[in-house]
Design a protein around this ligand. Structure first.
Ligand SMILES: [Zn+2]
Length: 281
């Protein structure tokens, strides 16, 4: 992805190291087992959460991040956020709406938001309560370790969270939350999956329009994003965790579904095409 030197968004809030401690005080002891426990907990109980997360789990590790790496991560996130602002402002303007830009908070270890205190272990998330996206950049290291390599895979993660912001602005997430309150967890999960798949599709819309205007894509980028979508599919995550496939516990969609909806967004660049709820009507 050709991103270096591009304009960065001013809506970045860097809260790294400000809020460490708390949930993950004993960081050194929080390795692979912690990740596994959290992953399992999330796969089974994640539905009750009031935040829209990305993948449902990540390992939290002590990675010696030097300042240069940290700055580069921030720069990258800033550039991607700027491109999402450009794309979504235009799309909203086409239907005479003003796009409200979200703030993206970069944090480390854990963070306080309108959604409560959240550990990095849940991965990047969007909090509808304060309309902010929260990312601990060490998630990208974990994603890469899980096989989701490449900068465009990371951009897709950011664009997916942006997708949740769009859903919040359009009233989709509120509508789904209200419907979920009347359903059992199995049925509620099914709606959660549709919301997540739509966020993947919206990420595709971002990629479609950003490529059209800025020609950011390099060879292999699309594959990186599709591969990341596959890696974080619920079935893949369950297999990784050594569990049988339990589709009732899916909250984000299968690998195949996630890659499919990302592709739909990529190909068409249209919000209308991202109607992951269509067959429910
Ligand atoms: Zn999500």
């Amino acid at each position: 992805m050709r991103w270096k030197g591009r304009k960065q968004s001013s809506n970045i809030e860097d809260r790294r190291e400000q809020e460490s401690g708390g949930l993950l005080k004993s960081k050194s002891s929080f390795g692979g087992i912690g990740f596994f426990v959290i992953l399992v907990l999330f796969l089974f109980f994640g539905q009750g959460s009031n935040l829209l997360d990305f993948s449902g789990g990540k390992a939290k590790e002590q990675l010696p991040q030097n300042k240069k790496q940290a700055d580069e991560a921030k720069e990258f996130i800033g550039v991607v956020l700027q491109t999402t602002e450009d794309v979504w402002s235009k799309i909203f303007a086409q239907s005479n709406q003003r796009y409200q830009q979200p703030v993206l908070t970069i944090f480390s270890n854990n963070v306080r938001s309108a959604c409560g205190r959240t550990s990095s272990a849940v991965g990047p998330f969007y909090c509808p309560g304060d309309n902010k996206i929260y990312i601990d950049p060490t998630f990208f290291t974990e994603l890469s370790r899980m096989g989701g390599k490449g900068d465009f895979a990371q951009a897709y993660v950011i664009a997916h969270e942006l997708g949740h912001h769009i859903q919040s602005l359009l009233g989709t997430s509120d509508k789904v939350t209200r419907m979920q309150q009347r359903l059992n967890s199995k049925q509620a999960n099914k709606l959660s999956v549709r919301l997540e798949l739509q966020a993947d599709c919206y990420a595709g819309i971002w990629a479609h329009h950003t490529e059209k205007t800025l020609h950011i894509l390099e060879k292999g980028d699309i594959e990186e994003a599709l591969n990341a979508a596959y890696i974080i599919g619920d079935d893949h995550m369950q297999r990784r965790a050594g569990m049988g496939i339990n589709t009732d516990a899916f909250t984000h969609g299968s690998s195949k579904q996630r890659a499919h909806w990302l592709k739909v967004g990529l190909l068409h660049g249209s919000v209308k095409k991202c109607d992951t709820f269509a067959d429910l009507r």
